[in-house]
Design a protein around this ligand. Structure first.
Ligand code: AHG
Ligand code: MN
Ligand code: MN
Ligand code: MN
Length: 335
């Protein structure tokens, strides 16, 4: 039985005054994401019983084989936001271009745009391992009354109004920030409500978990190789524990709770790493900073990067502040 937990619905109403330009629009937007999360959760839970596992036979703009759940989650989140006409545009990891959304009363009179990684951790779908969804919200820069343009989506992470993720794990959680700390809500599947189970989430300042795909070791920059060696050394509180799920959301979630660093670096094969700046790095960097952690590309703050393309990639080091600072020192001193 839930203790005296607030539901996410109650929390949104109680905290509406925190939003800088409170008109209820952002609250309605988060409510739509909450609804879509429940629908996707329901489908993820049935995976294996219904025909939702496996690939669709198409390649997305990222050059990846699209999974059925990638396509399903993309449709669910998109239609939850489009049908309610509460955003003016959406861009997704799964789609080449952004979509323009009309307002409820007048064309192009909504304030917010959303960027989304509908299903994070595609390679884990078929094997019953946690996957997630990541979202990022900005205020439009194109004046009201006009359709949104690419510039609305190519804002620095610093400009985010809200960001969050859903982790479809042993329990399903929705974790988000509107720039006033990070709060985590756990879904009670029996009644379909999210409850505030993790108020004011914070990365421990230091940690002992490192997460990076070491299969790519040969292609890593020297600084990353040296940092991995440092993590494995028998000295002080090391060797650190190594954990890598392969779903960024899940790896990040564990590290935020326990203390750790997540790295997806550049490599000789992909000079900007693999993760997408707009759909993955920026929202996770915003959450990281709001939870007292640090997120950089090894040299500079992720949230200060000026995006040039919708689907551009960036290396990322994020997590407990002291661990990220240590890794940065290796990046900056190793040749
Ligand atoms: P997505 O499933 O949205 O394409 O993202 C996959 C990402 C991320 O979730 C994960 O951390 C990373 O890819 C894993 O990549 P590797 O298999 O290269 O380690
Ligand atoms: Mn993908
Ligand atoms: Mn992803
Ligand atoms: Mn994805």
């Amino acid at each position: 039985m839930e203790k005296n937990y607030q539901t996410l619905g109650e929390f949104i109403i109680n905290n509406q005054h925190d939003f800088k330009y409170s008109s209820g629009e952002l609250s309605r937007l988060i409510n739509s994401i909450r609804l879509a999360a429940k629908i996707v959760n329901h489908e993820v839970n049935k995976a294996g019983l219904v025909d939702i596992l496996g690939a669709v036979g198409e390649t997305n703009i990222q050059g990846e084989d699209q999974q059925k759940l990638d396509v399903y989650a993309n449709e669910v989140f998109k239609s939850a936001l489009v049908n309610r006409e509460i955003v003016c545009g959406i861009a997704s990891e799964e789609e080449e271009d952004f979509v323009t959304v009309h307002g409820k009363y007048h064309a192009h009179d909504n304030k917010y745009i959303v960027l989304i990684d509908p299903l994070d951790g595609s390679s884990n779908i078929d094997v019953n391992v946690s996957v997630g969804t990541i979202f990022s919200v900005y205020r439009r820069v194109t004046p009201l009354g006009m359709p949104v343009r690419k510039e609305d989506f190519l804002q620095k992470g610093n400009e985010q109004v809200a960001a969050g993720y859903i982790v479809y794990g042993t329990s399903t959680m929705l974790v988000y920030t509107t720039g006033n700390g990070v709060n985590g809500f756990t879904l009670n599947p029996a009644i379909g409500s999210f409850y505030l189970s993790h108020p004011n989430m914070k990365f421990p300042e230091n940690g002992t978990i490192f997460s990076i795909n070491q299969g790519n070791y040969a292609h890593f920059p020297q600084g990353v190789k040296d940092y991995i060696k440092y993590c494995q050394e028998e000295k002080e509180d090391r060797p650190y524990t190594y954990r890598y799920i392969g779903s960024m959301v899940s790896d990040f979630h564990r590290n935020m709770i326990k203390g750790g660093i997540y790295i997806y670096p550049s490599s000789s094969k992909s000079p900007n790493g693999k993760l997408r700046l707009l759909y993955e790095c920026n929202p996770m960097a915003f959450l990281t900073e709001q939870a007292g952690g640090k997120a950089t590309d090894g040299y500079k703050r992720i949230l200060d990067i000026e995006p040039k393309e919708l689907h551009e990639r960036a290396p990322i080091f994020c997590g407990s502040k002291k661990m990220v600072e240590k890794a940065e020192r290796f990046m900056q001193t190793s040749s």
